[in-house]
Design a protein around this ligand. Structure first.
Ligand SMILES: NC(=O)C1=CN([C@@H]2O[C@H](COP(=O)(O)OP(=O)(O)OC[C@H]3O[C@@H](n4cnc5c(N)ncnc54)[C@H](O)[C@@H]3O)[C@@H](O)[C@H]2O)[C@H](O)CC1
Ligand SMILES: [K+]
Length: 481
């Protein structure tokens, strides 16, 4: 799994390397030479390559890249618009690069490739001077004339951790070489488009830190125990649906049934019951009353509540579920609590970004700007697992870390997707006994990955605008791991 860092973690790993005996000069050498290698794989020595270097270590990386390329006979111009790098590490590499004939020059004419080594994690957005704006405008002009732009670590002008002060001004790369770990802003809605293709550069450091990009195989979810019976895969209870919103609970039910739960009980209203008889005859149907829920809750392995629900008893039912020693999934209209009881079994909340903004008394923009921190803060404060649905899906763990699942189809940005994901997560948590080797958060991440992969596959046969939740549910069974 690839790590996702904030500025603090990026500094910490540098510090760790230094105190463990590996100086920063070596990391810079690795970063620059690995990036140069990748550039050589895609470009010939006769292409005009410009490397623009800043005054910090990002600029130092640029000098190493330039040195490696010039050594191999590439046509390199190195430009340092704000003067030579000032850090000791970068200066060491500047001096060494000079021995290869690499010195800062002026810019002239059109370039085929531009390497952006101006600002990395040390960029200060509050200091946006005219010379920076002019430099960015010049680079953009070059891009319009056909230059390809590669960013080192982060596209210049882009903040690393959160985007609340982001001016919208920054270089827009075709690809970004992310050093050692991805940075948070590569997954934030305002800044993600600036990164282009993400390429991880291995610096040989150990994995460390809280957040990672979930990219593991979902194979374990698709393998069944040949000696299993329906009891092996748990019994789930879903509570949802109302007379005006009978559809959501049907989608949730069908998604749960398609993702392996052994038995499923669904407490819903009469109009939704009718739909379930036709569309999900495998489910067992219950009345949506306190008495019925009280009776069944002691006999299930997981309970999920919320989709399409509109009842004056919602709060009472949530209390009932939380009193049992089983995982509980809260979605949609069940996302109404501002505190949660201390308990052994997991509590999972699955808000979309709008619901999460309401739950935390913020605007959607405020949440989007600081997505990782917001999700982590809620998970840690309330000791719950947060599945936050945005353009990416974050799974925040109560210990402060989490997983990001990216790459789902844009066709999921519509009604019904959330109900599907809720059904899937509830179903997997009901099968905990079968998946004991996985932590609950990894099980959820794998489930979300299953959902994202299915959505991508549906995209191969229909336009994202046309995809509906039903297509996705059908596809779940066809994903191969
Ligand atoms: N482990 C790793 O990932 C490694 C990363 N490396 C690279 O180091 C940079 C971070 O370096 P740092 O020196 O801390 O900061 P920057 O180079 O990003 O920039 C600081 C530099 O820029 C000046 N500055 C900041 N904001 C502005 C502004 N708005 N206008 C003008 N000037 C500005 C500031 O004064 C400093 O001089 C990381 O991104 C990686 O690329 C290591 O090379 C290897 C290990
Ligand atoms: K950069």
């Amino acid at each position: 799994m690839e790590m996702i860092y904030d500025t603090h973690e990026a500094r910490q790993i540098d510090e760790w390397a230094k105190t463990s005996g590996l100086p920063l000069e070596v990391l810079m050498e690795r970063a620059g030479s690995e990036i140069a290698k990748q550039i050589k794989e895609h470009h010939d020595a006769d292409e005009r390559i410009l490397i623009v270097c800043g005054t910090g270590n990002n600029g130092g990386d640029g000098y190493v890249i330039g040195r490696e390329l010039i050594r191999d006979g590439y046509d390199i111009t190195l430009h340092a618009p704000f003067g030579e790098p000032k850090t000791a590490t970068a200066r060491l590499h500047t001096r060494y690069a000079e021995k290869f004939g690499l010195v800062a020059e002026g810019i002239c004419g059109q370039y085929d490739v531009i390497v952006d080594a101006v600002f990395g994690t040390g960029f200060d957005g509050a200091r946006f001077t005219k010379s920076v704006t002019d430099l960015f405008a010049w680079v953009q002009e070059q891009q319009q004339q056909g230059a390809r732009l590669y960013a080192v670590d982060i596209p210049s002008g882009i903040p690393t951790d959160q985007t609340s002060d982001f001016s919208g001004k920054g270089l827009k790369a075709d690809a970004t070489f992310c050093l050692h770990a991805f940075k948070r802003s590569a997954f934030l809605v305002k800044t993600a488009p600036f990164f282009g293709q993400l390429k991880k550069i291995d610096l040989g450091l150990p994995a460390f830190g809280g957040w990672s990009l979930y990219d593991e195989s979902i194979e374990p979810l698709l393998t069944r125990n040949p000696y299993g019976h329906k009891g092996t895969y748990g019994t789930g209870l879903l509570i949802g649906g109302s007379e005006t919103m009978p559809g959501s609970i049907q989608l949730a039910t069908r998604a749960a049934l398609r993702t392996g739960i052994g038995k499923l009980q669904v407490a819903t209203v009469p109009s939704a019951q009718l739909g379930l008889i036709i569309n999900a005859p495998e489910a067992m149907i219950l009345d949506q009353t306190t008495e019925t829920i009280q009776g069944i809750v002691t006999q299930v392995d997981v309970a999920g509540i919320g989709p399409g629900l509109s009842s004056e008893f919602t709060s009472e039912w949530i209390d009932l579920l939380l009193r049992q020693d089983i995982p509980v999934v809260l979605d949609a209209s069940a996302l109404i609590r501002d505190s949660y009881p201390e308990r052994q079994a997991a509590i999972v909340v699955t808000p979309h970004i709008g619901e999460f903004a309401r739950m935390t008394n913020q605007t959607v923009a405020e949440v989007q700007d600081d997505l990782f921190e917001q999700a982590s803060a809620y998970a840690m404060l309330h000791q719950v697992i947060v599945v936050l649905k945005s353009h990416v899906i974050l799974i925040a763990k109560p210990d402060g870390g989490g997983y990001v699942i990216a790459g789902a189809s844009s066709g999921l940005a519509k009604g019904g997707s959330g109900d599907t994901l809720f059904g899937l997560i509830t179903s997997l948590l009901g099968q905990r006994k079968h998946y004991q080797h996985l932590s609950i958060e990894r099980l959820i991440a794998m489930g979300v990955s299953w959902y994202a992969q299915a959505s991508k596959q549906v995209e191969q046969r229909m336009h994202p605008s046309s995809i509906v939740a039903t297509d996705l549910i059908e596809q779940l069974g066809k994903v191969e791991g």
